[in-house]
Structures are given as structure tokens and as C-alpha cells.
Design a protein around this ligand. Sequence first.
Ligand SMILES: Cc1cc2nc3c(=O)[nH]c(=O)nc-3n(C[C@H](O)[C@H](O)[C@H](O)COP(=O)(O)OP(=O)(O)OC[C@H]3O[C@@H](n4cnc5c(N)ncnc54)[C@H](O)[C@@H]3O)c2cc1C
Length: 362
Amino acid sequence: MYDYLIVGSGLFGSTIAYRLKKLNKKVLVIDKRNHIGGNVYTENIEGINVHKYGAHIFHTDYKDVWDFVNSLVPFNRFTNSPIARYKDEIYNLPFNMNTFSKIWSDVITPDDALRHINEEKKCMEGKTPNNLEEQAISLVGTTIYEKLIKGYTEKQWNRSCKELPAFIIKRLPVRLTYDNNYFNDLYQGIPIGGYTKLIEKLLDGVEVKLNSNFFDKIDEYKKISKKIIYTGPIDEYFEYKYGHLEYRSLEFDTKVLDTSNFQGNAVVNYTGNEVKYTRVIEHKHFENSNSDKTVVTYEYPRDYKDGMEAYYVINDEKNNKILEKYNKLKEKERNVIFGGRLADYKYYDMDDVIKNALDIDL
Ligand SMILES: Cc1cc2nc3c(=O)[nH]c(=O)nc-3n(C[C@H](O)[C@H](O)[C@H](O)COP(=O)(O)OP(=O)(O)OC[C@H]3O[C@@H](n4cnc5c(N)ncnc54)[C@H](O)[C@@H]3O)c2cc1C
């Protein structure tokens, strides 16, 4: 008999497993995939740690979370400074003085940049934005919208910005310094050796069964465990009683190239509509690998259908209403603790997931 069955070996399930192991509990972790780590899984290809489910950069303001992960594996000092490519023009992200001085050749000071942005926003003065296009223009003006937002967002959602609701973009931070660091958090880095090393440390000494879907043997799993930690999709747990929650999905096309440096940066966003992918990730730059080869991943947004990986939740009114009903059912499941991005149907950064797993009552 196990004290706990943990469904899912992602960051949430693995962090809980680590805590339970410290409490001397008998734990079994199962995962339906053929590897541990959920979406943070990294695989070593040609000496390069490849982020199999998209680029993952650890960043946090929680000192306890940062200290916790660093007590398990060393982190490097990677700083996320993505590049945007619009046709054959290259810009720095997030929108900052480097971006503005490249867009407008007469921009040198923050006042110069603001003058341009405010001039371009004037067309929206006194109007309430009716769609994402109008919202974006009201925040950053027409040029930044056209070159850096429009194509990228339309590819992400597979819809025109004119048809997308304004609320998707609440804020567009305009940074009036020459600072390309994407995140504002105090701590940032990549685990040296990849995220799988971090998960291995969390699961060290814990029994793990891969290729094991909870729903294939649900009665048996319930019999052999006193409590369950469930980190899979919440609608699936309740047999889609109130309908399916919606997601956006992604497709990754990963290639090994016979060159040592393909794009000179870990992350390049393609902001125009001339190519179908949104990002190209060159994995070796996360850890300064000195491999002779390189591994790149082209990221294509996809409409989500059953059987695909569910990546991004869609927290619109329709899905939030369905979620509310499932959350009520959760309260009745006395021996089950729900957590992680799929069971909460919420976008979490990695540090939020770890924080939740460290803080939750067991
Ligand atoms: C493209 C992309 C990029 C991201 N980049 C960043 C980033 O740069 N920085 C950052 O902080 N965060 C990032 N995130 C968020 C990060 O991936 C998540 O916070 C984290 O992976 C969530 O962990 P989790 O354990 O909740 O879920 P998951 O990693 O999804 O783990 C859930 C696990 O449960 C298993 N499972 C599900 N159902 C069953 C079942 N029935 N039976 C058995 N097993 C089951 C799954 O196989 C999976 O392994 C990104 C997310 C995406 C999609």
C-alpha cells in the first residue's frame, strides 16, 4: 500500500514527491509519457540539452524557490534576451530603447522614443479599443504593432488581430532603458545539465512508473494508495462531465544542423506573416555548449484537438465557466489533491508551480 500515488512527474508532481520522501512516506509516481519531467523535460542531443517542449527559462522573485532549486542543481547565469526578426530586420526584445532606436533612426533619448510612440497612438485617442489591433495601437502605436505584434499574434491564435478580443493584451510594457533582459525578476538561469537533472534530483529515491496512464487502471491505482496527487487535465478527471476545456497547442520541428552557430541567440521570434513558425530556438545558447553541431527547433502554433499536447489554456468566459463547475467537484474528492497547470487549468511559470507544490498542505 502506498501512502500517496502521484499522477504526473512534471515539476508539480516531482516537487510533491520530494517533500513526501523527506516525510518518509511511501510514494509511487506514474506518468503516461515515456520520460519524467512533463513539459520541462530536456534531452541531450549531440552534447546539447534540448528543451523538448519549448524554450524554458527559469526566472523568479521568490527567494525560497530560487534557493530550493539551487540546493538541488547548480544554475547558470543565462539572461533571456530574445531577438525579433521581421522580414530581414532584426530588433531587440522586450520593447526597449535598442528597439526604438532601430525602428526610428532619429531616436537617441527616451523622450525621442516617447514622442514617436505618442504621435502614433493619437489615432486611438478618446476611442475604446474594440479588438486586439486597436488595443495594441492604443498602447504602443502603429509601427511597433505592424512590425512586432501583428504577425506574431495572428500566428499564435490563427486569427486576425481585428477579430481577436482586446483583453488578450492588457499591457505592453515599454521599457525606456537600453536593457534587453526580458524578465524583471531578481533571479534567472538554466539548470546546468538541463531540467531533467533537476527532476532526477527531485525524484531521487522515489518509485516511478512511466508509460502508465492513470485512467487505464484507475480502480487499481485507487486501491493501492491512501491518497492521490493528481496533476493531469481536470476535465479528463471528471470524465468531461461539463464539457472539454480548450487549449492552444504547438508543434515542434527539431533539426540537428552541421554548423556550430545558426542564429547567434537562444530565442528568435519571427514576427512577420511570411513564415508560419513563431519562434526558432537554438538550444546550445542556453548553456553555451561548445558542440561542433547545433540543434534548432521551429515552433508552430496549432489549434488544439484531442490527442495533441495541451499547452496554453484559454481563460475566456466560456472556459472559465466550465472550470468553475469542475472546481466545485474537486471539493468533494476528499482523498485527492489537485495541482499543477493542467489540474488548475491555469498558465503557471515554473516558479509558481514549485511555489504551489512547496506550500500546499499534504
Ligand atoms: C511552450 C512553453 C514554454 C514555457 N516556457 C516557460 C519559461 O520559459 N519559464 C517558465 O517559468 N515557465 C515556462 N512554461 C511553463 C512550464 O512549462 C510549466 O510551469 C510547468 O511545466 C508545469 O508543470 P506541471 O507539473 O504543472 O505540468 P506538466 O509539466 O504538464 O506535468 C504534468 C504531467 O502529468 C502527466 N499526466 C497527465 N495526465 C496523466 C495521466 N492520466 N496519467 C499519467 N500521467 C499523466 C503528463 O504526462 C505530464 O508529464 C512554458 C510552457 C510552455 C507550454
